[in-house]
Design a protein around this ligand. Structure first.
Ligand SMILES: Nc1ncnc2c1ncn2[C@@H]1O[C@H](COP(=O)(O)OP(=O)(O)O)[C@@H](O)[C@H]1O
Ligand SMILES: [Mg+2]
Length: 228
């Protein structure tokens, strides 16, 4: 029995600008299983965000195929694509993108309320559990401006989990945090992976964060390879 959660086959991404064509991802093949904790390293401009956006169905490859739960993504069907993204994928970005006028609790609940599949009371209970998991039970009524950088990122991590995604994608989640706070976030990802068995794919240029992962990869000159 196979338990592949996400797979790319011969994926290329070429950006065409007026002046030139940039071949940013070259024939990428990858396959991750359920519960894998994966890190992807690479210099600035190497294509990390591009790859993560493709994995998260926020961007489309120039050519090649992608599979989630062994089903091929049909990029022409926006509706199904959006449903898969909402149901199966959680995002943590470098900038937290929390809504300043809402509390931590409301921010965490938001993606589930948009989803409409869930009962509001249940969503609230789960949001409180997630805020507890990330160590913020004392901050649920705080608004983003009343939280520290690390706390905001922890709210964003709780938010990424509200729809109970099978995959969490994190794009340089500690890029704007000091070393000490980064460590707290790193340990949190590890804990989530161990306790919740969700697949986590983290793009980072922090060696410390990359080394926490059981599967380490890098992008260099458009090529995707295992770090030995
Ligand atoms: N929409 C776009 N059009 C043209 N070039 C782009 C576009 N998005 C990103 N790029 C270029 O592709 C390269 C990779 O970008 P990105 O994936 O954001 O890298 P990273 O996240 O590793 O820093 C960069 O050189 C960037 O300028
Ligand atoms: Mg990036």
């Amino acid at each position: 029995m196979s338990n592949k959660i996400i797979e790319l086959k011969n994926v290329n991404k070429i950006y065409k600008t007026k002046a030139e064509e940039i071949h940013i991802l070259k024939n990428i093949n990858l396959s991750f299983s359920k519960g894998n904790f994966v890190s992807i390293q690479g210099k600035s401009g190497s294509g990390k965000t591009t790859l993560l956006n493709i994995l998260g169905l926020l961007d489309v490859p120039t050519n090649g195929d992608m599979f989630i739960d062994e089903k091929k993504i049909n990029y022409k069907n926006e509706k199904i694509k959006n449903r898969i993204r909402n149901e199966k994928i959680g995002f943590v970005f470098q900038f937290h993108y929390l809504l300043n006028e809402f509390t931590a609790l409301e921010n965490v609940m938001m993606p589930a309320l948009i989803n409409k599949n869930f009962d509001k009371k249940e969503v609230k209970e789960r949001a409180l559990e997630l805020l507890d998991l990330v160590g913020l039970s004392e901050r649920v009524k705080h608004k983003p401006l009343e939280l520290s950088g690390g706390e905001k990122q922890r709210v964003a991590i709780a938010r990424s989990m509200i729809n109970n995604p099978e995959i969490i994608l994190a794009d340089e989640p500690t890029g704007n945090l000091d070393t000490e706070t980064s460590l707290v976030i790193n340990n949190l990802f590890k804990k989530i992976n161990e306790e919740k068995k969700q697949s986590i794919i983290i793009v980072t240029h922090s060696l410390e964060l990359a080394n926490l992962a059981e599967y380490k990869y890098k992008i260099e000159k458009g090529e995707f390879n295992k770090v030995l």
